[in-house]
Design a binder for this molecule. Structure first.
Ligand code: C5P
Length: 232
């Protein structure tokens, strides 16, 4: 599995995104487009970033009835993204339908990754709001296992969960981990963080890094530091 650093392009316009990406004159980083940018600019932002030579993780977290997700995934597949995602809470049947929709006529498809429990959900809110009474780490591993059974490629998880996910679902099951900070950097609103080097040690396959790169005085240097710590 090729390890890589994915930059979270959490900008609200194409203009700001391109001003940021224009700085990268060498290697074109793998980028994550989330709801904010996608809803602001629509599918053209995906096509334009792709045309510039970047790999794209389209982070739209689909969750709907299986037939709707299947059809939406077919559209995303035609956008030629490299990775996309959905909520495992949508059930195995929804995840299987997603794989069907995502698979192109030639049999290829983007990687499909499941969100288990959002890291903003804690034990208390899971019990009170969702009426799920199992321990949260058991729920996360159960959802990861369901994703594996449905044929997905991996999960988004905290770097602290990556090792356990590999134990439960196998080394080949991909872990994509946000919550990454430099040892000497600001934590901001993230609670449980790891450095790129620690994420590498624990077995993350891809780290998703936003503000430590996008808000750095020198974003290219910050990106290269992530690559040096995590990939090289
Ligand atoms: O700026 P920062 O490095 O915190 O950005 C992390 C990115 O990963 C953001 O786009 C955020 O939405 C996303 N993310 C996260 N935690 C999750 C899932 C996604 O931080 N559990």
């Amino acid at each position: 599995m090729g390890k890589d650093v994915i930059i979270a392009c959490d900008f609200d316009s194409a203009e700001k995104t391109f001003a940021f990406l224009d700085r990268f004159t060498g290697k074109k980083p793998f980028v994550k487009i989330g709801m904010e940018l996608y809803y602001a600019e629509g599918p053209s932002i995906v096509r334009e970033i792709k045309k510039r030579g970047h790999k794209i993780f389209l982070d739209l977290k689909l969750h709907d009835i299986p037939n709707t997700v299947k059809k939406a995934m077919a559209v995303l597949s035609r956008l030629d993204v490299d990775m996309t995602n959905l909520h495992a809470a949508g059930t195995k049947r929804m995840m299987e339908a997603a794989i069907e929709g995502l698979t192109r006529p030639d049999g290829t498809r983007p990687m499909l990754i499941a969100v288990t429990q959002l890291t903003s959900t804690d034990q208390e809110s899971m019990e009170n709001d969702l009426l799920i009474h199992e321990p949260i780490d058991k729920v996360v591993m159960h959802y990861a296992h369901n994703a594996k059974l449905a044929g997905l490629d991996g999960v988004v998880c905290s770097p602290l969960e990556a090792g356990k996910v590999h134990d439960v679902c196998g080394e080949g099951f991909v872990t994509v981990t946000p919550g990454v900070r430099f040892a000497d950097g600001d934590i901001g609103d993230q609670k449980r963080v790891m450095t790129p080097a620690e994420a590498k040690k624990i077995g993350s396959d891809y780290i998703v890094v936003g503000r430590p790169i996008t808000a750095a005085a020198d974003p290219v240097a910050a990106y290269e530091r992530c690559v040096a710590e995590f990939v090289d």
